[in-house]
Design a protein around this ligand. Structure first.
Ligand code: SAH
Length: 347
């Protein structure tokens, strides 16, 4: 179990918070660094392995905090090396985490909520609605579990592209990001951490002011308000012009390029009109576009374009001045599309 109701999980604490706990316990604060070292550098998932702490202190920590292996409902290993884990939280909520190794790096795709409120009309995550936010400890447990399963390549990149909307769980997301980023924690550079959002504008602005160079990915999926609204109801609240403005501000504040994710749905998203309007919308912006072939979800009636249609669309975007790449689908044989495994399990 990741955590339980009566004991907080220690993976939700910042170093400063743990130091405060140690101080209140009358312990030396440097001990908290040793605990951090065990959890984040050595991957400990049990207080008993922390042998440079006295058994009395280990006992006290066990009384106060939870630290355990997550309960793993299932693991799915794809032929392309992708590993997908379905983890159960303390209340039985299931969360999916995907480890994607490539030649020189390993990326973990992390969920931030159980379910999703935003109801995009192509995504499995929103079908069953939203249950709750994940705590920062639960998010960290996903990351640490994936790290423990990443053998050939060390875990180097984190993408918040699993189930849920990261910016709708802002405080827990940021706390986890600071633990991932901090040299006391996992020490992974902010430039290697990507937050993908459906476009929650106030939180994009908030993140721009954090003073971190977090990579921002925007699920655009439309070329004007009309087309985007049909697929992404969130566009009614946060329209495109304002979204693009917030993106321009983010680029200015962080000096980072933005990635726009754009789903390829046959006869819906990849028309000549889309190319024209995207060309105007993104003119002069420091950005790239990641084209994602629609991964079929049985509840929706969409079709994936043919390979040729996808290449033609990419070509026209390039000619309109947009740097566009097509994302290679990974782990399709293990239902690695967003929210698919959790959803399939519930059916
Ligand atoms: N809520 C966040 C992160 C989760 S989704 C967001 O909206 O960005 C990660 C990416 O996968 C998003 O771009 C999402 O739109 C895309 N996605 C979801 N379902 C998909 C499907 N069936 N086929 C292709 N891409 C999908």
């Amino acid at each position: 179990m990741v955590s339980n109701f009566d004991k907080p999980d220690i993976r939700g604490l910042s170093l400063k918070e743990l130091e405060d706990v140690f101080q209140a316990m009358g312990e030396k604060t440097f001990r908290s660094r040793q605990v951090f070292d065990w959890i984040y550098k050595k991957g400990a998932m049990d207080f008993d392995v922390m042998l440079n702490l006295s058994s009395t202190l280990r006992g006290k920590l066990k009384e106060k905090f939870a630290l355990a292996l997550p309960s793993v409902v299932s693991e799915h290993y794809s032929q392309d090396g992708t590993k997908k884990f379905l983890l159960a939280m303390f209340d039985g909520e299931k969360v999916e985490t995907v480890l994607i190794p490539s030649k020189a790096r390993a990326t973990v795709c992390v969920s931030t909520q159980a379910g999703c409120k935003f109801g995009c009309k192509f995504c499995a995550s929103g079908i069953g609605g939203w249950t709750r936010n994940l705590t920062s400890a639960e998010i960290m447990t996903e990351v640490l579990y994936a790290k423990s399963k990443s053998h050939a390549q060390p875990l180097s990149h984190i993408v918040f592209m699993g189930t849920g909307e990261p910016l709708d769980n802002y405080e827990n997301l940021m706390k986890a990001i600071r633990l991932i980023n901090s040299s006391d924690g996992l020490g992974i550079a902010a430039r290697r951490i990507t937050v993908s959002t459906c476009g929650v504008i106030p939180q994009i602005r908030k993140m721009a002011a954090e003073g971190l160079q977090i990579e921002l990915a925007i699920s655009l999926h439309g070329y004007n308000d009309e087309s985007r609204k049909v697929l992404m109801p969130v566009n009614k609240k946060y329209p495109m012009n304002e979204l693009i403005l917030a993106c321009r501000e983010y680029i200015k504040a962080t000096n980072r390029q933005i990635t726009f994710e754009y789903i390829l749905i046959k006869d819906v998203t990849c028309s000549p009109q889309a190319v024209r309007e995207l060309g105007v919308l993104l003119k002069g912006m420091i950005c790239k576009m990641n084209l994602i072939p629609y991964n079929p979800v049985s509840e929706f009636d969409h079709k994936t374009p043919t390979r040729q249609e996808m290449f033609d669309f990419q070509d026209s975007l390039q000619r309109a001045g947009i740097h566009a790449t097509i994302r290679t689908p990974r782990g399709r044989d293990v239902a690695a599309a967003c929210g698919q495994l959790r959803h399939d399990q519930k059916k």
